[in-house]
Write a protein that binds this ligand. Structure first.
Ligand SMILES: Cc1ncc(COP(=O)(O)O)c(C=O)c1O
Length: 378
């Protein structure tokens, strides 16, 4: 799809004009619409290799697509997102009132500071980490104590230093596990030690966007909640292993009182679209798809490690669908050279890692294009 902005508007206005006729011709608009008529490129060139946003290029499960299409045809109806809660609750073995649906897990991450820093207070988190909610805390004027990760321990969170930073004003303690962009995953004993050490009035937020990539049997924050810890908020998403980033669905699991506070400010009853409502049901019914995603990521990780090794590039990675390449001051020139070839990756400086580039794994062919281009730019 390669047409200018002007062509885009022309084409969409033509299709809008065509809709009444579609009705009389009894053509189903869902069937009639082809991607050629709509610009979904997000401003990227047609041949762009998009390895920059930790998206899952495998695409959603066929069942999720079927669910989304069913929802689309009911697009005149509001979806009551709360009705998905029993399904999510069953999936995790918790009660339905311990689940809150959000427009992506980012919504919950952003609401946590809004609800919990209303009367002031600070946040303790890591330095080299994804901070969707931390930005909100910053914007609220709250102090955010960003503790450097442990470089010599796979860039994991420095839990003793973070706990040391907790004071009487601390209201939120946030970790991301597995972490973006370093991939480090916190062992359950560590999560438990934090939950035990934190005062009752500190909300322990655990961002588990990449938890579906953890090995079977790995215990997470959800297990912490099931063990009875009441000051824990875990956020999960359909964006990653379920490959539904553009559909925007995530959720929080926590004690109902915490969810009640958070939902005063967002995650409203109609904040889930009916398309997503259908897609989530399909995704939850297709256990194989998330397993397939995990397998693909494992294969990609092996391939990227081998290739990087052969090029003498040091890497940092874990189970999530991305890897860091340590390239020092070659980061910016390589990033720019790849961008000129329409190969999109991310600069580690976004997460305070200026000597690294982050590459999200793509499809096999995309990964090969990336390495062929990288070899030529090195
Ligand atoms: C750690 C982490 N949490 C949350 C998100 C956003 O997730 P969602 O699409 O559910 O808002 C991302 C996106 O990359 C992420 O890396």
């Amino acid at each position: 799809m390669d047409f200018s902005r002007r062509q885009f508007f022309k084409k969409t206005s033509q299709s809008a004009m065509a809709i009444p006729f579609l009705g009389t011709l009894a053509v189903d608009p869902c069937e009639a619409a082809t991607s050629a008529e709509f610009d979904l490129s997000m401003g990227n060139p047609e041949d762009a290799v998009r390895l920059n946003f930790n998206e899952n290029a495998l695409g959603p499960s066929p069942l999720a697509i079927e669910g989304a299409m069913a929802g689309l045809k009911e697009g005149c109806r509001y979806a009551l997102g709360g009705m998905l809660r029993p399904l999510i609750a069953k999936h995790h073995g918790v009660d339905a009132d311990w689940v809150l649906m959000g427009t992506g897990s980012t919504e919950l991450q952003r609401l946590a500071p809004i609800s919990h820093l209303r009367d002031g207070g600070n946040v303790v988190s890591g330095f080299e980490t994804w901070g969707g909610g931390l930005v909100v805390a910053d914007n609220m004027g709250a102090e955010v104590k960003r503790i450097p990760l442990l470089k010599d321990n796979g860039y994991s969170f420095d839990i003793p230093a973070m706990l040391n930073a907790v004071d009487n004003d601390t209201k939120i303690f946030l970790i991301v596990t597995p972490n973006n962009p370093t991939g480090a995953a916190a062992p359950f004993e560590q999560l438990k030690a934090v939950a035990d050490a934190l005062p009752d009035d500190v909300l322990f937020v655990i961002d588990e966007a990449y938890a579906d990539y953890l090995p079977d049997g790995w215990k997470t924050g959800v297990d912490l909640i099931k063990e009875g810890y009441q000051n824990v908020l875990v956020t999960r998403t359909f964006s990653k292993a379920h490959a539904m980033a553009g559909l925007r669905s995530g959720y929080g699991i926590a004690h109902p009182d915490i969810l009640k506070e958070i939902s005063k400010f967002g995650c409203g009853p109609a904040s889930t679209s009916i398309v997503v409502f259908g897609a989530v049901q399909g995704a939850l019914n297709d256990k194989e798809h998330a397993i397939k995603s995990r397998q693909h990521v494992e294969n990609c990780r092996k391939y990227y490690e081998e290739q990087a090794n052969s090029l003498g590039i040091k890497t940092v990675s874990g189970v999530p669908p991305f890897i860091l390449f340590e390239l020092g001051d070659r980061c910016a020139p390589i990033f720019n050279a790849l961008r000129k070839r329409n190969i999109l990756i991310s600069q580690g400086k976004s997460w305070n890692l200026p000597n690294h580039l982050r590459i999200s794994y793509g499809l096999t062919g995309e990964n090969e294009i990336f390495f062929n281009a990288l070899k030529e730019t090195l």
